[in-house]
Design a protein around this ligand. Structure first.
Ligand code: GLA
Length: 386
């Protein structure tokens, strides 16, 4: 993982590379979803938080339409493109994200400028922590400010979704960018994905004697692949057959009747979404009334639902969750879109070491790649640093 550059270092690196100072530096975090998985595109509820790992971009507007993009990581070298001819077919690597954002802004009628851009990020890539949305949110914030486009947070959420859906090719919802743009330190973002309303909910694991561990299984996943889209299609089919606008409109009390109307697989997919929405509402209530220590059983139930009904877990995620629970975590689940990526384990501080050691050993015994295990805490949403 990259050690992040400080703002002065990023600025001076930018000057070395591009021969002039940047107009500014912007930062946007990755996210962990505490609970509410595959509910966003069903117009339901999610409860993610912005994490203390972020993408940072130093940006300078250019007088022409040239785009020059370089990152401090990887070996892609400098990429150049033309803001007047943005093309998903030729975009490569991480530059898909800034190019996708510029393309989405152009689709909204904005005159897209040329830019010099240097990216640094310590959000692990491919770990299910939304490293791509972190980049997109940092860029859109920068471009919004530098061009005076006047986009609201909601506009930026929809534009980055458009970039993901129609430029990158991942049919994702609005959770990740909402967490990155609207998160706050010590808070989880309770988001109603139907009307985009947000309530910040206290989530301070450490004050409750807990730590939130991320276990990156190193199993790589891509939401531009088939599994994510297939789940989304099942949900749309379920809503269609049940005659509702979205699965958000189906309640737990409707499930018995739904079982008689849907094929067995679609029913399981629907049951996951319907019960998961309910778990988000319960988690919010418990965080507000009692604290994070009360949410463990909901995390466990969420994992079981994704493993058995939505079928988006994998053996490595299941092993991480089961081992963490056996080692003392009070609740654990896979987080993010699934098919790989990370699990989270809400763990008493006194059990942290045991959970870490047990998970590493279990992976070794199973012949899996060594997982990466680290703490995260809810951090500020996207902002300008300089
Ligand atoms: C990915 C997507 C989100 C959401 C989650 C699953 O992270 O980007 O929109 O659908 O998967 O909850």
């Amino acid at each position: 993982m990259n050690t992040p550059l400080g703002t002065p270092e990023l600025r001076s690196r930018f000057e070395e590379v591009f021969g002039a100072a940047p107009d500014g530096v912007w930062q946007a975090p990755g996210r962990v979803n505490l609970i509410g998985e595959h509910t966003d595109y069903n117009e339901g509820f999610v409860l993610p938080f912005a994490i203390d790992r972020a993408a940072r971009v130093a940006v300078r507007l250019r007088p022409d339409s040239t785009l020059r993009m370089l990152s401090t990581f990887g070996n892609q070298g400098m990429t150049t493109a033309d803001a007047a001819a943005l093309d998903p077919a030729t975009a490569r690597g991480w530059t898909k994200y800034p190019l996708g954002v510029l393309w989405a802004l152009e689709q909204r009628g904005l005159a897209v400028p040329g830019l010099d851009l240097l990216l640094d990020s310590d959000v692990p890539r491919g770990a299910g922590l939304s490293s791509s949305h972190a980049i997109e949110c940092a860029i859109i914030l920068a471009v919004n400010e530098l061009t005076g486009a006047g986009l609201s947070e909601q506009d930026m959420v929809l534009a980055t979704q458009r970039a993901e859906n129609d430029f990158v090719g991942a049919p994702t919802g609005i959770m990740d960018q909402s967490a990155s743009l609207r998160g706050a330190a010590g808070r989880a973002v309770f988001l109603d994905c139907r009307d985009q309303s947000v309530r910040l909910v206290p989530f301070d694991a450490e004050a409750a004697g807990l730590v939130l561990l991320v276990i990156d299984t190193k199993v790589s996943h891509s939401h531009a692949g088939g599994g994510y889209a297939a789940r989304r299609a099942s949900c749309e089919l379920g809503a269609d057959v049940l005659g509702v606008r979205a699965l958000r409109d189906v309640g737990v009390g409707d499930l018995e009747e739904a079982a008689g109307l849907l094929d067995a697989e679609t029913f399981r997919r629907v049951r996951h979404v319907v019960t998961e929405n309910e778990r988000v509402l319960q988690a919010v209530e418990l965080l507000e009334s009692t604290g994070p220590q009360a949410t463990g059983p909901l995390l466990d139930a969420s994992h079981a639902s994704m493993r058995d009904d939505f079928e988006i877990s994998c053996p490595e995620l299941n092993l991480a969750v089961d081992t963490a629970r056996a080692g003392g975590a009070i609740g654990a689940r896979m987080t993010g879109g699934g098919f790989g990526g990370s699990a989270i384990a809400l763990t008493p501080a006194g059990a942290e070491q045991r959970v870490r050691t047990d998970v590493v050993r279990a992976f070794e015994r199973a012949g899996y790649a060594a997982p990466d295990i680290f703490r995260v805490r809810p951090a500020a949403g996207a902002l300008r640093l300089a």
